[in-house]
Design a protein around this ligand. Structure first.
Ligand SMILES: NC(=O)c1ccc[n+]([C@@H]2O[C@H](COP(=O)([O-])OP(=O)(O)OC[C@H]3O[C@@H](n4cnc5c(N)ncnc54)[C@H](OP(=O)(O)O)[C@@H]3O)[C@@H](O)[C@H]2O)c1
Length: 275
């Protein structure tokens, strides 16, 4: 999902882009990454690849660490070998969600899930090398991947078609910030230009619960459906989620010299693309 948005953003800016799929470049295979880096000689590598199925990570710990931990390190090493800078994408799930104010880049990490642990391991490996920047983000939606907006829009469509008349139930006690992938791609472009090294947080505004986000999706589709708030405790899922994962974006806004975008504009654009 994010990889497509990033390739589109760089192409739109006139950059020469080599966008590699998993079949072309498995980040668990360092020799392949080195070979691509030596032949393309990039100025910048952007790692959007990850094992992102959060619940599956709980039972596939080794595979999660192989991609999100060691794999991230292999990408950083390949970048380093050809003198390229690296932008590596990480996650709000490195935090435990116990805070009640936005997490800054310097706040203590304490992942609750295997996915979060493995992403944190990736950050450590990437940041151990020079010319690297870790961009933590949250709640992505956009073209090209399964995501919450697509899932809710699909559920709403089933109810308008009449194939399902039950009320939608969505978790109301997890709060975070949705982020539209084309906006994140633009943010990555801005950060690449600043040559920042270290950790930066980027997400869209405003903070909302999944339930509030579902109401916004339904509101923008113009369809009246019943969406009931439920508690995390009532929804059994293998991986625990942070109850509060709002990232502080003051550092990004200072570096980029602009405020972060509102997810509601991205949501409108994304839903329009369905029609
Ligand atoms: N989605 C979110 O809400 C969210 C939130 C915070 C941070 N992030 C981070 O944002 C980044 C992009 O996420 P996304 O939502 O765009 O994820 P995505 O749509 O799942 O894309 C990840 C891509 O990585 C590929 N991949 C997995 N293992 C690989 C490997 N060993 N070698 C090469 N490619 C591999 C996947 O291929 P397959 O499909 O074949 O497995 C998939 O194409 C990730 O770093 C993710 O951790 C995502």
């Amino acid at each position: 999902m994010l990889g497509r948005a990033v390739a589109a953003e760089w192409r739109r800016r006139g950059a020469a882009v080599l966008a590699l799929s998993r079949a072309q470049a498995d980040i668990c295979r360092p020799a392949d990454l080195r070979s691509w880096a030596r032949s393309f000689r990039p100025e910048l590598l952007i790692n959007c690849a990850a094992f992102t199925r959060v619940d599956d990570c709980e039972r596939e710990r080794e595979a999660a660490f192989a991609a999100n931990g060691e794999g991230a390190g292999h990408v950083a090493a390949a970048a380093g070998e050809v003198g390229a800078r690296l932008l590596h994408v990480s996650s709000d799930y490195v935090f435990d969600g116990a805070a009640r104010a936005p997490y800054t880049e310097d706040d203590a990490t304490a992942p609750l899930s295997v996915y979060g642990e493995s992403k944190l391991e990736g950050e450590r490996r990437v940041l151990a090398l020079p010319r690297t920047c870790v961009v933590r983000t949250s709640w992505l939606f956009g073209p090209g991947g399964p995501n919450f907006v697509r899932a809710i829009a699909g559920q709403i469509a089933r109810r308008t078609e009449g194939s399902d008349s039950s009320a939608l139930r969505v978790v109301a006690d997890q709060v975070g910030c949705p982020t539209y992938t084309p906006y994140l791609a633009r943010a990555l472009w801005d950060l690449a230009g600043r040559r920042h090294e270290g950790v930066v947080h980027y997400r869209n505004r405003e903070a909302v619960s999944w339930h509030g986000f579902a109401l916004a999706i339904a509101g923008q589709t113009g369809v009246r459906v019943e969406i009931l708030p439920v508690a995390t405790a009532d929804v059994s899922r293998p991986a625990p989620r942070p109850p509060y994962s709002v990232l502080d974006v003051a550092r990004f806004e200072r570096l980029a010299g602009r405020p972060v975008e509102s997810w509601s504009c991205g949501l409108r654009e994304y839903l329009d693309s369905f029609r």
